[in-house]
Design a protein around this ligand. Structure first.
Ligand code: GAP
Length: 436
């Protein structure tokens, strides 16, 4: 069956209507390309992070975790090269005043109105702020544009405290900020976003082997969580595209509604960062290899993904519509591990206190390890549709028969198949289905 093409506006509408994503400070007119994650969005986002952390830290024994601060000594960004080279070349249209990135322009005049463009100027993407309370003494600092540098500057601390031997990695999830010029496409390119980054330190000479390993691990992670393989592809960076620190880089691209675009980048960063930080800080950031008796800077492989982009890809991938009894049904076929709500308990008749009481008791018994809700605010058909639309894998319905036979109906979101299950076995049944 051919895959349904999903429109970005349909996903964005669902996100707003059902409480996944809201525009930040909307009551004041919002702020460009900054988003708030609502009650369901925070659950889905937390589940994406949880799966990444599990695959990186809990399922392996060669990776440590870290949560470094967003604000860092500004020397960090000189060493990393961000002060000098983290910039876009921009041109403004003299007629319509729109601003464009030179690397994205295909014509010499304005792509919107054909007007003349100004000479390109460079624009640094880092947000600047001030450290200190007295304005005159305050020092310029930056909101971090990537989480990676927090790992490099802690390399020595982690090495000394964990007694690790190469190869080993450090994983981190956290906010990053970029004053992006070309925004749009919903949460795809935001000014405040989250990254999930791994810096994997290896012996020089073993970097190519580990690079290939991480490229395949990372693409498999997305497909293991349900993303269709035909909507994922790898694109290797050409020499002229490579970032200043990279020897090689592959993007994992996803077929978003607006076309193929980067979901995650895997870069071979050599010893660029550790060497630079050692040079500027004056600290010894080399690794002592006791098997060879030599000290050297480890090489680094970096899989760097965006949580918000993964979130969008999982939603686009899961968004499905079909016609059931002449009515359109929209459902999110999310992997059970990602679904914001794992089960909804619904009374068939809310006018019967015994049914309501039993349904509430079932909700209380099921909840604790994952999110379970009770809803009686509409007819059963509408309640099912609501849960389908937010990706709840299982609906548990309590009816009149449940009071005498002790069984409830469990309905599967994707197949809409229903089966009767004994209430006493429900928790185990749902737990096994969820696989968590
Ligand atoms: N440490 C390397 C690094 O930051 P990057 O390619 O600039 O590399 C890595 O960013 C990932 O972060 C991207 O693949 C993307 O998923 C996410 N990302 C980058 N800029 C973003 C933005 N403005 N909005 C949302 N996600 C972004």
């Amino acid at each position: 069956m051919e895959k349904e093409r999903v429109e970005l506006k349909d996903v964005a509408n669902l996100c707003k209507r059902r409480g996944f994503i809201f525009q930040d400070s909307e009551i004041y007119g919002g702020i460009g390309s900054v988003w708030d994650y609502g009650p369901l969005g925070v659950e889905l986002k937390n589940n994406v992070k949880k799966q990444w952390w599990k695959s990186m830290v809990y399922d392996r024994s060669d990776i440590e975790g870290l949560d470094a601060a967003i604000l860092m000594n500004p020397k960090t960004w000189k060493a990393s090269g961000h002060v000098g080279s983290f910039q876009d070349m921009l041109s403004d249209c003299k007629a319509c005043k729109k601003r464009f990135r030179i690397d994205q322009l295909k014509t010499e005049s304005c792509p919107e109105c054909g007007g003349e463009l100004t000479e390109p100027k460079s624009f640094n993407l880092m947000f600047k702020t001030r450290l200190g309370s007295v304005e005159l003494d305050a020092e310029d600092i930056y909101l971090r544009p990537e989480t990676a540098q927090g790992i490099f500057v802690n390399f020595e601390n982690i090495l000394n405290s964990s007694r690790r031997k190469l190869p080993f990695g450090v994983a981190q999830i956290g906010k990053s900020f970029r004053n992006e010029i070309t925004t749009g496409n919903f949460i795809f390119r935001s000014r405040e976003f989250e990254q999930m980054e791994l810096e994997f330190f290896v012996k020089p000479g073993e970097d190519d082997k580990w690079y290939d390993y991480w490229v395949s691990e990372r693409i498999n992670w997305y497909s293991s969580l349900g993303i269709d393989k035909e909507t994922l592809r790898l694109r290797e960076h050409k020499k002229e595209e490579l970032a200043h620190y990279a020897k090689r880089c592959h993007d994992i691209e996803f077929l978003f509604p607006m076309g193929w675009a980067e979901l995650e980048g895997i870069a071979s960063r050599t010893d660029y960062d550790l060497k630079k930080h050692a040079e500027i800080s004056g600290r010894n950031l080399q690794y002592f290899d006791d098997s060879s008796g030599k000290s050297y800077f480890p090489y680094v492989i970096e899989p760097s993904g965006g949580i918000d982009r993964a979130f969008l890809a999982f939603l686009v991938n899961a968004y499905k519509t079909e016609t059931v009894r002449e009515k359109k049904r929209t459902y999110l076929s999310l992997d059970n591990r990602l679904a914001p709500i794992k089960a909804a308990v619904l009374p068939l008749l809310k006018s019967k206190p015994e049914i309501v009481e039993k349904a509430l008791k079932i909700r209380d018994d099921l909840r604790g390890d994952y999110r379970v809700v009770y809803d009686d605010t509409a007819s059963i058909g509408r309640l099912y549709r609501r849960q389908d639309e937010i990706g709840t894998p299982y609906c548990v319905t309590v009816d009149v028969d449940s009071l005498s036979d002790g069984k409830v109906t469990v309905r599967d979101r994707d197949t809409m198949r229903q089966e009767r299950i004994e209430t006493a076995k429900l928790k185990k049944f749902i737990g096994e289905k969820l696989g968590i």
